[in-house]
Design a protein around this ligand. Structure first.
Ligand code: GRF
Length: 210
């Protein structure tokens, strides 16, 4: 059984969706860099071990990442799931978990990497928006996309409504992508190729809520 660690910084609604999903893998631990993250309460309620590793207590990014790495090794983790984890990770850490770490981002990557995605979608006047589950590589929000949730931007949408609507999609597509990794439907091969049902994945699997 695949052992999963979830890294969080905030509310943890994606963590909740993963815990509720009856995954064939096991969430063996939750790490937060913020001691007051509500996600920690959610994990505790589900009797999942937690670790608070405060980035402020370490002299640099590498030192902080190293402590997280040791905790992940102690839990014997196979898959790292970033769920609202608001720290940029060092190249050393990312390389150590290459092909074993996924993230969810609130945009249809490769569009709108980085922050304030909903506002940027509205500013541009895009008609489609959504979220993407992708493998994590050293370049921000640039690893191979696995799944996407797509929605139509309505005339009356604002940042808040888009954030809510995208979150609903996130809670659908993240557990699905993680389950596909747990049960081998998605595989990351030694040479970096991502397979979906044994075939090279050339575009993310899309779920639409138009
Ligand atoms: C989500 O919008 C996700 O796309 C982004 O951070 C947010 C986390 O929300 N990476 P939550 O803490 O899971 O509620």
């Amino acid at each position: 059984m695949i052992k999963i660690a979830v890294l969080v910084s905030g509310s943890g609604s994606n963590l909740q969706a993963l815990m509720d999903a009856n995954l064939s893998g096991q969430i063996v631990g939750v790490i937060s860099n913020k001691p007051d993250a509500y996600a920690l309460e959610r994990a505790a309620k589900a009797n999942i071990p937690t670790a608070i590793i405060e980035h402020k207590q370490y002299p640099n990014r590498e030192a902080f990442d190293d402590v997280m790495h040791q905790q992940l090794l102690a839990w014997d983790v196979d898959l790292v799931v970033l769920a609202g984890f608001m720290r940029i990770l060092s190249a050393k850490f990312v390389n150590a978990w290459q092909g074993k770490m996924v993230n969810i981002h609130p945009s249809l990557l490769p569009h709108y990497k980085g922050m304030h995605t909903h506002q940027r979608v509205l500013n541009t006047g895009d008609t489609l928006h959504g979220c993407t589950v992708h493998y994590v590589t050293a370049e921000l929000d640039a690893g191979q996309a696995l799944t996407q949730g797509v929605l139509k931007v309505n005339l009356h949408d604002c940042v808040e409504t888009l954030a809510t609507r995208v979150h609903v999609l996130e809670h659908l597509i993240y557990p699905q992508a993680v389950e596909w990794i747990c049960n081998g439907t998605i595989q990351h091969t030694q040479d970096g190729t991502v397979l979906y049902k044994g075939q090279a994945l050339t575009a993310p699997i899309q779920f639409c809520k138009l």
